[in-house]
Ligand binder design. Structure first.
Ligand code: NAI
Length: 288
């Protein structure tokens, strides 16, 4: 599989990390966001991250110079329509995702692979937004947060995806120091399905906004459970709005099975703008 140019749509938490990771693989990366100013801020953060990696000796000056050149911000109508791969990493909203894929379908070359970084929507369902001929080239590539560091990549084979493309991409990621695994197109794929109860049971156990209890649960899960992060700090890192949308979507996709039911505290936190680290406040408060 040859991938030279990648378009990343959405320059938020995930888009920024995904764009940086691809630039570090020495590919040409174009990053797009509906908020152009925000995309420029994200680009700046990536450039700063390269500088930090150089300062700490993790990357050489030559690499950093090269990687910085690999990445640019574009408006949607300026992207390279001949790119090999488009990864969509916009908000977890089905209508918005369908709309962007339909637009891209009219713009991109026949050979371009379309991928969604969705955490919870069905790839087969998302693929309905593109023309019949594109469906074989449509799959899920689910990175984890932070995308530059987390090794796992779930590659999701939709009902109409050409399995050879899925397998080649898995091989490609594995050759680039990621650990890629093939997932079937079931709600939440592997990790997000299992993780629903990690968050859900923690929310049900604490039940109301209580920072001391959040801290206590996190500490127990870290120190006794052996998890790297507790559920509350992890929800703050992921983004409470994103995590809530994913929970709702997995719940609906399993025909309202009680074990996947969202918790009202998630809805309250979103309403209050306590979206986690990115907002400076979530279950915990952060310095911005
Ligand atoms: P985010 O809220 O940080 O960023 C989303 C970005 O998309 C925003 O900058 C927004 O301006 C932009 N956007 C919205 N609509 C757009 C459009 N039509 N065209 C271009 N840009 C648009 O969201 P985040 O956390 O980066 O999530 C993105 C996707 O990645 C979601 O599907 C989410 O489920 C998935 N994901 C999130 C993870 C996380 O830990 N946050 C982990 C793995 C997957």
């Amino acid at each position: 599989m040859k991938i030279n140019t990648v378009i990343v749509i959405g320059a938020g938490t995930m888009g920024q990390g995904i764009a940086q990771w691809f630039a570090q693989q020495n590919l040409t990366v174009e990053m797009v966001d509906q908020n152009f100013e925000f995309a420029l801020i994200s680009l700046n953060r990536i450039l700063q991250s390269f500088d930090k990696l150089e300062a700490s000796g993790k990357l050489s000056n030559a690499d950093v110079t090269l990687f910085k050149k690999n990445i640019s911000v574009k408006k949607i109508d300026e992207i390279n329509s001949n790119a090999d791969l488009v990864i969509e990493a916009i908000i977890e909203n089905l209508e918005a995702k369908n709309k962007i894929f339909a637009t891209l379908d009219t713009m991109m070359s026949k050979h371009t692979i379309f991928a969604s970084n969705t955490s919870s929507f069905s790839i087969t369902q998302l693929a309905q937004s593109v023309r019949e001929e594109r469906k074989a080239n449509f799959l899920g590539i689910h990175f984890f947060n932070p995308a530059t560091i987390m090794k796992l990549v779930e590659v999701i084979n939709g009902l109409e995806t050409n399995i050879e493309i899925t397998s080649s991409l898995i091989e490609w990621f594995n050759s680039k120091s990621k650990v890629a695994c093939k997932c079937s197109d079931s709600p939440g794929f592997i990790v997000n399905r299992i993780a629903r109860n990690f968050y859900g049971e923690a929310l049900r156990a604490v039940d109301t906004y209580d920072v001391d209890k959040f801290r206590e649960v996190d500490q127990v899960m870290r120190e006794v459970g052996g998890f790297k992060m507790g559920p509350f700090e992890l929800m703050d890192l992921i983004g409470i709005d994103i995590n809530f949308s994913v929970t709702e979507s997995v719940y609906r996709a399993f025909f309202d099975e009680a074990r996947f039911k969202p918790h009202r505290l998630q809805r309250e936190m979103v309403a209050a703008g306590r979206l986690g680290k990115k907002a400076g406040k979530g279950f915990f408060n952060y310095e911005t």
